[in-house]
Design a protein around this ligand. Structure first.
Ligand code: SF4
Length: 517
């Protein structure tokens, strides 16, 4: 028990209940740091609930109950971490908690379901979950509110059972069992009337895929507001299709101007883009350092944050993101100078490919603690790394629309699942080589048709290159089709039978977390 990683059997903390039996002892300094973060997160949540409109929201929406799982979720996602790894993870999670509570408070203030301010609501544009918010950089007086985020992604990510009720409602409505659970949960939210009601109008993108297009139609049906869909071309590496998508972006800007009476603001757009480019530069440094023998920002402590900052779904100011990126970068270099490792010993450097089985599974962190498999990078992080035009000149005003088109076309999930063979398959081998990887952890989302069709090709090509592939079937938001222990068993079996390895921490092979959040 102590400062060193794997100094206590982490699996023994689970005893079949909702939460673990006690907090982890990590040595004085790390335990104290971790405890302060835990108190801080509870503080942010209590502060949020102290607002009368938040209390109304709490009693109005069923999914708000999942909110109570947030501290436990962060404990799970920081399990076993020490030093700079622990600090990096908490920096990101603290930011996410702070910004989600802030934006949720804003959403409830305008929510017509709970007597919110109609004038504030008129300043909001309702977004679907897969709609990136960068277009709002040109409208600093308006709010892009991702209305599905809170009920079907962010809070549901905290808890295993969060989406089950909504998935069942959608299936009772007639949607078949093999449809992706993400849009299905969104339909369930609409049927149950569990969506906050805000917005002057509604803006969609056709990302990520045909399944999520279904979700957009449902939102329109529920909201009955004027709507516009940015129909991004699916082939993301083609100048002609970018021009086509740029026209769609122009259409969306016109639509917002007509609906709200606001005018596109170039100064605000370029200011935000400048900060965004800084973030991209930090991210490129992260990728470079992860190619070395001492990777510092692995998948387990970065994936969720990168998803949120790339898409801007939290509605947080760009300055706040830049500050967090700066902190992560500083911690990363501190760890690198000390030659710190994310786990006791890096046994396998893995590419995590596919769509993750929601974050409640804490899967990437478990891979580290149990088997020493480090997710060096994740498919969902490998989106655009372009540096876009950020000076306000006449040429750049034209270029900026193309840049936005490029960003939207490379939206998380869709660029690799729907963007064609070169991005979905060929790039896998390129990343394995660039990052010096010996393993691919294939998160096989059963209903994600594009990726499942490539199963055989991945197998054949990996065998030719001598790369290990572990298949982890799952059903995204639905734990009943493949629960987290079933996912862990796939890895346990492969590691013992194919590679003949023993775990760092045998207590983690089978965990009694069937009832945990
Ligand atoms: S997981 Fe696959 S099927 Fe589901 S929304 Fe994403 S791309 Fe579409």
């Amino acid at each position: 028990m102590g400062k060193k990683m794997n100094s206590q059997p982490l699996g023994t903390f689970y005893r079949g209940g909702k939460t673990k039996i006690r907090r982890e002892w990590r040595g004085l300094s790390d335990t104290w740091y971790d405890y302060k973060c835990w108190v801080k997160n509870w503080g942010a949540m209590v502060k949020f609930l102290a607002h009368p409109q938040s209390i109304k929201g709490f009693f109005r929406y069923r999914w708000m109950l999942e909110y109570a799982a947030a501290p436990d979720f962060i404990d799970r996602c920081t399990e076993g971490l020490r030093g700079t790894q622990l600090r990096m993870a908490h920096t990101e999670f603290d930011f996410i908690v702070t910004e989600i509570t802030r934006s949720l408070k804003l959403l409830f203030r305008g929510d017509r379901n709970i007597g919110g301010d109609p004038k504030l609501s008129e300043k909001m544009i309702a977004f679907d979950e897969n709609m990136m918010e960068q277009i709002m950089w040109g409208f600093p007086n308006l709010y892009g509110m991702c209305v599905q985020l809170y009920g079907s992604f962010a809070l549901v990510a905290l808890s295993r059972e969060g989406a089950v009720r909504y998935i069942d409602r959608a299936e009772e409505f007639g949607i078949t069992g093999d449809v992706c659970t993400m849009p299905k949960a969104e339909l369930g939210l609409c049927i149950e009337d569990d969506m906050p009601l805000v917005g002057k109008c509604i803006l969609h993108a056709n990302t990520t895929c045909d399944s999520s297009l279904m979700g957009n139609g449902i939102e329109d049906w529920r909201y009955q507001l004027p709507s516009y869909t940015i129909a991004c071309a699916e082939r993301v590496v083609d100048d002609l299709t970018r021009e086509y998508t740029a026209e769609e972006i122009r259409g969306a800007i016109r639509f917002i101007e007509e609906q709200t009476g606001e005018q596109w603001d170039w100064e605000s757009y370029f200011h935000n883009m400048k900060l965004y480019n800084d973030e991209t530069r930090s991210y490129l440094e992260i990728l470079e350092l992860n190619k070395t023998a001492y990777p510092q920002v692995p998948d387990n402590n970065y994936n969720l944050y990168r998803d949120l900052y790339y898409t801007r779904m939290l509605n947080a100011p760009s300055e706040a993101y830049r500050e967090i990126n700066r902190k992560i970068r500083d911690l990363m270099y501190q760890g690198y100078e000390k030659k710190a490792l994310p786990c006791q010993e890096i046994r396998h450097r893995a590419l995590i490919w596919g769509v993750q089985a929601e974050f409640y599974t804490n899967f990437s962190n478990w891979l580290l603690n149990c088997w020493g498999i480090v997710g060096i990078t994740h498919m969902l992080n490998l989106t655009s790394t372009e540096i876009y035009a950020d000076e306000d000149t006449p040429e750049n005003r034209e270029q900026a629309i193309n840049d936005l088109a490029d960003l939207y076309m490379k939206m998380i999930m869709r660029n690799r699942t729907e963007g064609g063979f070169s991005l979905g398959v060929d790039d896998v081998w390129r990343f394995c080589e660039e990052f010096n990887l010996d393993m691919i952890v294939m998160l096989e989302q059963m209903a994600c048709k594009a990726v499942t069709t490539w199963h055989g090709i991945y197998e054949e090509e990996a065998a030719k290159r001598g790369i290990h592939v572990i298949w982890i079937p799952h059903a995204l938001l639905d734990p009943r089709k493949a629960d987290r222990q079933a996912m862990r068993d796939e890895v346990n079996r492969y590691m013992r039978t194919v590679l003949g390895e023993e775990p760092f921490d045998p207590s983690l092979e089978t965990i009694e977390d069937q009832n945990a959040w």
